[in-house]
Design a protein around this ligand. Sequence first.
Ligand SMILES: Nc1ncnc2c1ncn2[C@@H]1O[C@H](COP(=O)(O)OP(=O)(O)O)[C@@H](O)[C@H]1O
Ligand SMILES: [Mg+2]
Length: 474
Amino acid sequence: MTAAALAPPTLDFTDFQKQVLVTPEDSDLFLGGGRGGGKSFAVAILMLRHAEQYGQAARMLFVRRSFPGIVDFKQTTRDVFGLVYGRAASYNAAAHVWRLPNGATLQLDQLEGHVDFGKFQGKSYSLIATDEAGQYSDPAALDLLRSCLRAPAPMRPRFILAANPGGPGHGWLVRRHVFAAPPWTPYTEAKSGRRFINCPSLFTDNPFIDQREYDSQLSAATATDPELGRAWREGDWHVARGAYFSAVLNDNVMVEPWSPDTLPRIPDAPGGDRAFMQKMAALQRAGRSWGKLYLAHDFGVSAPSVTYVVAKSPGIEGPDGRFYPRGSIVLLDEYASHEPGSLSRGMQYTVPILSDRIRELAGRWSMRPEGVADDSIFSRTGATAGSISDEFRAAGVFFAPARKGDRIPGWERMRTLLQDAGKPTSPASTFPGCASIGGRPFRPCLATLARPTTLIPALLTTPRTRADTPLSAA
Ligand SMILES: Nc1ncnc2c1ncn2[C@@H]1O[C@H](COP(=O)(O)OP(=O)(O)O)[C@@H](O)[C@H]1O
Ligand SMILES: [Mg+2]
């Protein structure tokens, strides 16, 4: 009945949006590419069509990680629904629900993380979309949300992910979607087992914006981060740094966490249990013991600091029964000081407080709190203060300079190591045992070589959390 309303002269689509509209409806969608290509608008158009197709059976849900993000999308839906339905579409601002004249509903809601998922549990939606999916550093919440996707036949429930490159979730989006198949070609996403299509767009294909103006906005917003600028402009998900290692992050590299109790080695601080010590000594004589553990630290106060517990394989099996060629690097544990919910902001801890945390970390592994740290903490900061490393020493944590080299050769070297992980003959693979960061499930995935600090912290500190820069509304 409202079919005529579907094509009012005022609602025009970009070529990208037209292409999205003709993707088979039984495929889920990943809308990627760069910024400003019309992804958010495309989500609103897909919702409009779903509503027109299914009328009151259409129950749609849109989530974003942040509340301002919801406000952005509300505006987009106002534009789109307003053009088509005028005042016949009503928005309940208290409940954040659209009710369209054909009876379809669209709920706009915040989903911060999987703890927050409870409010959707047991509900059913025929279409679920999320924008800026890269704001989720971990896809767990979105994976749970999928369980709410249900609709009676012949409806085809659909899940839509839209994302810009460079967010904290860059890594998992890359792994699951960006390079899973060539653009516009269906692929099966392993986690959900669902068929997806990756639909990229660029602002240069969007005739509805002033492209020159938009280009200069992008440049201004990424002045200090040209790589991110390129990702946003050209949709190149390779270049954003969080993705640097994505191509080599797989099950060979990421293993289940190891526990201090099952790692065969002689603890640095011999404890009471004699039988245990004798067993460990016997393993060591037999060449079956992991040796000394060390810390790898990157200092930060307003930026996060990170400390890893690192083991180097003597060429034996790990407690997981896998063989780790000699020289393999294993990240066993980590401590990162970052604000909850933000991987880019530090906790402002003083060195003594940080030292307490690091000694706790080392204590868990019965190891001496010593290792390597980024070179900058060895320079003297003031006439009286001495260096930050001196402060650490005073607090019982001992670091030597990591002698960081250039980033790119270091990253390349690490990428090679990661690539070789799991090959029985090549040394120096990497297996992190880190299951959580700041209490949230997280796998930094990386380990390293002789000079750990060159590499790992780069990953922890680079995910951008520019959730809602003015550009996200544009
Ligand atoms: N079909 C369209 N008609 C009118 N304006 C559009 C259309 N598609 C996109 N736009 C406008 O282009 C700008 C960028 O689109 P948006 O969907 O926000 O891009 P993205 O989400 O990919 O960054 C927005 O201002 C949006 O309103
Ligand atoms: Mg958008």
